[in-house]
Every structure is written in structure tokens, then in C-alpha cells.
Design a protein around this ligand. Structure first.
Ligand code: NAD
Length: 501
């Protein structure tokens, strides 16, 4: 691992790709527009990046359509496609220092995690789908002797991927790896806060042998480039991760255009339930710190509502207060730093606005609560803890997407479950108990796509990820089930002349 000084030197020498990647070439926006890519740890501009709009999206979709229709990728044998994705995974590992540095500068994520988490998960996704794609078989329906019913999977066509800024490399891999493995062409619109790794990965994909036009990246704003992609008549599916509000817009765009398939991974308000019989209270309380302060709380699964058995409430509040002190933010390039800034000035205003709201609505501030490290020019917020939160308060209902925890007491299991499920979201939930029956009961009753028992945020490429309710719809990311989003089932009936089915 490099030292802070070595990372600073590497940052000074870093070459940054800034133009759209369309049909295998770098491209400026048709109208020449660019936007500033800001380092949130300093507030300084890293680069001017191409701001794509309708015309640029049209060019990228046309390239993707041509590549799909002429079969240069979808008609390649699955193993050959898989080998190229595995090669891309190898190239990502080969360029690890560069990619992790790009990600850290772009979004302020501590350098100690961009390799271990973001890059590692990205390369795992390309590798895993690359390895899996030639091991999947189609089906024959169980009919009588007169016909053969073939059930085959086909790529859907041109996929638009629209991604957020909190895990740019990893979440784009969640979309791109299965979409490309299945034989689709893709146009990726990364978040405007974090376009840099996507552009480099597109270039590495070309080096790995993924043909021109198959993977295109158009940076730009959501309301222009993103909207154009989602409204496009020649895009067959959109895979999205981002806010619930934008997810709802995408469903409308599909209805206003060609009824394209929309898959949404959206927001969350994860309840984290600690019972008095939690097997290891110290471990549970430390995990609370991780659940809300890791990645500066900019996690869809952030455990932002901590529900605690009243008999251990004071003890847990004190414990969490202590843990919060371990998550003070610092320079993301310093390998010792565990928490960075929030992603931009707008997010800083959002997070501090919610903190003010918590105080105004009567929650008890027990840790943090302020912007910090202002001398850096960066957007740092103290790890913040509110106790005595009521589930009706704004900070318990709305997704904050920052290092802000609300602690809510409960008197019994029924009440804990009622509060936990009293939310429009349903992404994830956690339960800490040594009562096996209670663990199973709650795992069944919690309305969430993922339930953790005596852990927080366990995950793996082999298991699907995605939410219930307003946390998502239209399919899952990761695992073999992710392929459902990027494939159509086709039925072919062949009459073999014996009559009858
Ligand atoms: P966002 O919805 O503002 O933006 C996400 C993407 O959508 C960006 O690329 C943006 O440019 C684009 N976009 C914005 N407006 C658009 C429009 N009108 N049409 C088309 N595209 C548009 O979300 P964000 O602030 O980038 O990310 C944070 C959100 O993402 C949080 O709500 C978080 O919970 C969610 N998230 C969910 C998951 C998950 O898997 N469930 C994972 C990470 C983040």
C-alpha cells in the first residue's frame, strides 16, 4: 500500500479521460459542452468532462444498435464473450492503482477502500459473469411427441445503464457485466459527480476485445443525457441505480416512449434492530458504526434507523456515541482515513439540512452535527447521532444519504417490527438476537430485499441484491438472476409431424 505522499504524487501525474466514448472512439459533445468534475475533498476541479446531451445520446444509441443488429457481439459464442469479460477483469486488476485513485479523487472515498471494495467488486462482477455465461443452458418444454417447444434466452438489445455516484465502478459493473455477458450492447450514463472510472473502463473494455459500439459511455447531466437515454425509442431496457424520485421518472419515460423494460435499484431507510439478547453486544454496536458511517453514510443500505430494545437503550446510545468518534473524516488519500467527505456541495447542503431538521423536530443530538475540516475546501460532515427519534420524524422517514443516524427505542418484538416496516422503502434490514425463532420470524416478516441476522451488509456476487417497495422493482443485480433483466425468453414451436402436443 502506498503512503499519503506517494498517492499525492501519483495524483499529480494522473492522466484523466474526459471525453465520451462512442463507437470505440473518444468524442466531444456535439455542442462542445463540458462540466467540471470536482474533487469533494478539496472543492477543486479535477477536469472538464464532456457534457453529453440528446444528440450525443442519439449517436451512442445508433452505434449500440448497429453493433447489436450486425451481431458482432451477440453472435459471438458465449465463451468468446466471456473470455473478453475475464480479460477486462484482468485489465482492471492490472490498472488497480490508477482506477482506485480516479475513484478516490472523483468521489472522496478513502483510498483504503477503493481497492478493497470498489475495484475488487467490479473486477469480480466482470470475471464472474464472464465465467458463468457459457455454463447456462436453454430449455425444452415438456410437451407430447408432436412438437418441440424450445425456450431460449436472447439478449434484449440496446441497454441503457444509468448509475449513481456512491459506488461508480462497482455499480456500473453490476449492470454492465451481466448485460454484456448476455450479448447486449450498452450505453452507460454515469452520474455527473463521478464519470472518471467509467470512461477508463470503457477504454479497457476495448483493449480486452469488446468490439466497437458494444460499450459506449456518455457522461452528462441526468435531466439531459439520462432523460434522453430513458426516452429513446431505440433503447430496449434501462437498468438504473439511483434515487427513488428519479426511478419513478424513468417509469414514466418508458410509458411515454417505447415501453422499454425498466429495472430500478433505488433508495433505502434500513432498520437495524438490536434486541437485548444480541449474541455479542460490542460487535453489534461496532457494526452500527460501520452501517451508517462507512462510505460517509452514502449507501443505499445505510442502517440509518437504529431500533433498540428499551432495556439496553442507554447502554447502546452511549456505545454508539463512542463508535462515532472512530469515524471522524479525513483526507481520502491518506491510507489511515476511514471516512471521506460527502460527494458535493449540494449533498453537503442536503445532509446538514436534515441535521437541522432533526434538531428542530426534537430529536436529541448526541454526537456530531456540524460541517468540519472547512479549511480543506472539502465537503466534510461529522459523524452524527440522534437519540430519542420518533419514526414519524423527517430524519426517520427520508433517505439522508450521509453520516446521520437516528436511534429509536422499542418495547417488544411486535413494536420493533411495526416500526421497522413503517417506511416506504424496503431495501434491507438487520436483526441482532440470539433467539433463533425470533430471527426466523423477523426475517420472514421484515419487508426488505435483504435481511441480515447478526451481521450488517454481508454480500456476495452469488446472491441477488435489490429492494422491495419503493427501493426497487424490475429485477435484481448480481448473481445468475441478474441475467433476467438483460434477456428475453423466446418460445419456438417446431412441428415434427406426429400430431398433437
Ligand atoms: P440520482 O437519482 O440523483 O441520480 C442517479 C443517476 O440518475 C445519475 O446518473 C443521474 O444523472 C441520473 N438522473 C438524474 N435525473 C435523471 C432524469 N431525469 N432522467 C434520467 N436520469 C437521471 O441519485 P444519486 O444522487 O446519484 O444516487 C443516490 C441515490 O442512489 C440514493 O437514493 C441511493 O439510495 C441510491 N442508490 C441505490 C442503490 C441500490 O442498489 N438500491 C445503490 C446505490 C445508490
Amino acid at each position: 500500500m502506498k503512503t499519503l505522499t506517494e498517492w499525492q504524487a501519483a495524483a499529480a501525474d494522473l492522466e484523466v479521460r474526459t471525453r465520451a466514448f462512442i463507437d470505440g472512439s473518444w468524442a466531444d459533445a456535439a455542442d462542445g459542452s463540458t462540466f467540471s468534475c470536482i474533487n469533494p475533498a478539496t472543492g477543486a476541479s479535477i477536469a472538464q468532462v464532456t457534457a453529453g446531451d440528446v444528440e450525443d445520446v442519439n449517436r451512442a444509441v445508433a452505434a449500440a444498435r448497429t453493433a447489436f443488429d450486425d451481431g458482432r457481439w451477440r453472435n459471438m459464442a458465449p465463451r468468446a464473450r466471456g473470455q473478453r469479460l475475464i480479460k477486462l477483469a484482468d485489465l482492471i486488476v492490472e490498472h488497480a492503482d490508477e482506477l482506485q485513485l480516479l475513484e478516490t479523487l472523483d468521489i472522496g472515498k478513502p483510498i483504503r477502500y477503493t481497492r478493497r471494495v470498489d475495484l475488487e467488486q467490479a473486477q469480480t462482477n466482470y470475471r464472474w459473469f464472464g465465467e458463468a455465461i457459457d455454463k447456462l443452458y436453454d430449455d425444452i418444454s415438456p410437451t407430447g411427441p408432436g412438437t418441440i417447444g424450445l425456450i431460449t434466452r436472447e439478449p434484449v438489445g440496446v441497454v441503457g445503464a444509468i448509475t449513481p455516484w456512491n459506488f461508480p465502478m462497482m455499480i456500473s459493473a453490476w449492470k454492465l457485466a451481466p448485460a454484456l455477458a448476455a450479448g447486449n450492447s450498452v450505453v452507460l450514463k454515469p452520474a455527473e459527480q463521478s464519470p472518471l472510472t467509467a470512461l477508463r473502463i470503457a477504454e479497457l473494455a476495448a483493449e480486452a476485445g469488446i468490439p466497437d459500439g458494444v460499450l459506449n459511455v456518455v457522461p452528462g447531466m441526468g435531466e439531459t443525457a439520462g432523460k434522453a437515454l430513458a426516452l429513446h425509442m431505440d433503447v430496449d431496457a434501462v437498468a438504473f441505480t439511483g434515487s427513488t424520485a428519479v426511478g419513478k421518472l424513468l417509469l414514466q419515460y418508458a410509458g411515454q416512449s417505447n415501453m422499454k423494460r425498466i429495472s430500478l435499484e433505488t433508495g433505502g431507510k434500513t432498520p437495524n434492530l438490536i434486541f437485548a439478547d444480541a449474541p455479542d453486544m460490542r460487535f453489534a454496536v461496532n457494526a452500527v458504526g460501520f452501517s451508517i458511517f462507512w462510505n460517509t453514510g452514502e449507501m443505499c443500505v445505510a442502517g440509518s434507523r437504529l431500533l433498540v430494545d428499551r432495556t439496553i437503550y442507554d447502554e447502546v446510545v452511549e456505545g454508539v456515541k463512542g463508535v462515532a468518534a472512530d469515524w471522524q473524516p479525513g483526507d481520502p488519500l491518506d491510507p489511515a482515513t476511514k471516512a471521506g467527505p460527502v460527494v458535493d456541495e449540494a449533498q453537503l447542503a442536503t445532509v446538514t439540512g436534515y441535521i437541522d431538521r432533526g434538531v428542530d423536530e426534537g430529536a436529541r443530538l448526541v454526537a456530531g452535527g456540524r460541517r468540519t475540516l472547512t479549511e480543506t475546501g472539502g465537503y466534510f460532515v461529522e459523524p452524527t447521532v440522534f437519540a430519542d427519534v420518533d419514526n414519524a420524524m423527517t430524519i426517520a422517514r427520508e433517505e439522508i444519504f450521509g453520516p446521520v443516524l437516528g436511534i429509536i427505542p422499542f418495547d417488544n418484538e411486535d413494536e420493533a417490527l411495526r416500526i421497522a416496516n413503517d417506511t416506504t422503502y424496503g431495501l434491507s434490514a438487520a436483526v441482532w438476537t440470539s433467539n433463533l425463532a425470533r430471527a426466523h420470524r423477523l426475517a420472514r416478516e421484515l419487508r426488505a430485499g435483504t435481511v441480515w441476522v447478526n451481521n450488517f451488509d454481508q454480500a456476495d456476487i452469488t446472491a441477488p441484491f435489490g429492494g422491495f417497495k419503493e427501493s426497487g422493482s424490475g429485477g435484481k443485480d448480481k448473481s445468475i438472476w441478474a441475467l433476467d433483466k438483460y434477456t428475453n425468453l423466446k418460445t419456438t414451436w417446431i412441428n415434427i409431424g406426429k400430431g398433437g402436443r
